[in-house]
Design a protein around this ligand. Structure first.
Ligand code: NAD
Length: 497
């Protein structure tokens, strides 16, 4: 079995660290070993980044952008290989893996615009012979800690932008599916990135704590579950670091009585069961306004859920692969048990699914609950699996109250033909990303991504314009060239016009 190494200062490094197994969730077999970095290994990466920073910081933004442009080309040339690597360790279908890579490439494209986005702001003659400008300068060494569910896209939300802004980056990918993440980082070096500007250390809490505690690391970007996001935010900010920590979710779709139900059902199927529900923007609650909508929705969803094509992620033409680990599968099954015991109506039961030829894989079929109430655990908590809960309400106001009362506020959407209802929803819903007849409103790369409430800790959203602000600090410069012949007296009052 091969061992996955760290990428430090341009080289693959074996450091005799602890190891963990990486599984193929479709077969249930351990397929690789992964090195788990010690504090000393993390320090090697920090030292490499520190050495690379002075020259990288001074490299013109246009040259940094050229590296990103070559990186984009390499990512496109290797799309099939990367999708295969993602599917093999994550379990998602090949088409889904290719989709996440494309959304990641959009972020590289945005990073190619570095000379434009780093231009700063200039004001001439703010006073007599005085000009002022704001510059956006890099922070130094920044680190990213990423989740298993998007091993290509989420790291690409972070380091292309951080690096193009002149920073050096240390990435700690998920220990569940690190191969595609590492390979993509190697492609950036192949594109011409100097050694040490991007380093990858694999690992667990030990590596993350070393990054949090290192004084050289100026900022942390985290994406993962809410308890870990909170931990990293509080430990990082306590040490004076800039932190953006994106956490978990419970995303509601509101179905109004006037919705185009057939289209809403198609959208919900993909949004609830795509990637086995392992998406932070997955729809996990359908809020039906009126019993008629709910009854019709259940009738239309049931046969479609029962006929989902489920199999090994790396085969073609499937709807859903396995969950990422046996523990994840068992946890989601546990929620289904819990929902039944709490009195929700289990309309479709995906437990106990066996896939022929892959009997050891971590599979679970699609599940559908009706008559779910806000007091139930299956409503309150993030399940992160192929389970959709239907909650019945009587009005749009009730639906919105439900969503606004939920502790998470990542994404939500409304299906309606009524512009007034849609506008009210967009204005008053307390959620960071909102769709109108769009089930997964993940912003494009030139906007920014982030939830509200306990779905994000920090002041700025990820990537796009907020990403540029997160990875840079503003320097305001005021400059005067007095005319040679003039002499000015001391001024003791605070300078003003
Ligand atoms: P996770 O929180 O278990 O792991 C995320 C990262 O944190 C990994 O790199 C992991 O190694 C590290 N980690 C785990 N335990 C740690 C600890 N005790 N101390 C320090 N670091 C630790 O999340 P996951 O299971 O990989 O991903 C799924 C979660 O991520 C879900 O909750 C999902 O909603 C969330 N997610 C959120 C977004 C978003 O944008 N809001 C995007 C993707 C995923």
């Amino acid at each position: 079995m091969s061992t996955i190494q760290h990428l430090i200062n341009g080289d693959l490094v074996s450091s005799g660290d602890r190891t963990a197994d990486v599984f193929n969730p479709s077969t249930g077999q351990a397929i690789r070993k992964l090195q788990l970095a010690s504090r000393e290994t993390v320090q090697l990466a920090i030292d490499a980044a520190k050495a690379a920073f002075p020259a990288w910081r001074k490299t013109p933004a246009a040259k940094r952008a050229q590296v990103m442009f070559r990186f984009k080309q390499l990512l496109e040339q290797n799309e099939a290989k990367i999708a295969q690597m993602i599917s093999e360790e994550h379990g998602k279908t090949l088409e889904d893996a290719a989709g996440e890579l494309k959304r990641g490439i959009e972020n590289v494209e945005f990073a190619c615009a570095a000379p434009e986005v780093l231009k700063g702001e200039y004001s001439r003659n703010v006073g007599p012979n005085i000009d002022a400008w704001s510059d956006f300068q890099p922070l130094g060494i920044v680190a990213g800690i990423t989740p298993f569910n998007f091993p290509a896209m989420v790291p690409l939300w972070m380091y292309p932008l951080a690096i193009v802004c002149g920073n050096c980056f240390i990435l700690k990918p998920s220990e569940r599916d690190p191969s595609s993440t590492l390979y993509i980082a190697q492609l950036l070096l192949e594109a011409g990135l100097p050694a040490g500007v991007l380093n990858v250390v694999h690992g667990d809490k030990v590596a993350v704590d070393a990054l949090i505690e290192a004084p050289e690391v100026k900022a942390l970007s985290f994406v993962g579950s809410t308890p870990i996001a909170e931990y990293i935010y509080s430990e990082g900010t306590r040490r004076g670091k800039r932190v953006q920590a994106l956490g978990g979710a419970k995303n509601h779709a509101v179905l109004m009585p006037d919705a185009d139900l057939d289209n809403a059902v198609s959208a919900l199927m993909g949004a609830a069961y795509g990637s086995c529900g392992e998406r932070c923007m997955a729809i996990s609650v359908a809020v039906c306004v009126g019993d008629q909508v709910a009854d019709a929705l259940v009738a239309k969803l049931t046969p479609q859920i029962k006929s989902l094509k489920i199999g090994a992620g790396t085969s073609c033409g499937l709807d859903m692969g396995p969950l990422v680990t046996a523990q994840a599968r068992d946890k989601v099954s546990g929620y289904v048990d819990d929902g039944e015991q709490a009195g929700a109506k289990l309309v479709v039961d995906g437990r106990g699914l066996s896939v022929s030829g892959n009997e050891e894989g971590f599979f679970l079929g699609g599940c559908l609950f009706d008559h779910v109430t806000p007091q139930m655990r299956i409503y309150k908590e993030e399940i992160f699996g192929p389970v959709l809960c239907i909650v019945r309400v009587e009005s749009l106001e009730q639906a919105m109250q439900l969503i606004n009362d939920h502790e998470y506020g990542n994404g939500t959407c409304i299906f309606t033909r009524d512009g007034e209802a849609a506008r009210l929803f967009c204005d008053e819903i307390e959620v960071g990303m909102v769709g109108v007849n769009v089930p997964l409103p993940v912003p494009v790369a030139y906007h920014s991504f982030g939830g509200w409430k306990r779905s994000l800790f920090g002041d700025l959203h990820a990537y796009g314009p907020d990403g540029v602000r997160f990875y840079t600090r503003r320097k305001a410069i005021t400059q005067r060239w007095p005319q040679r012949a003039s002499h000015e007296a001391s001024q003791f009052a605070f300078p003003s016009l």
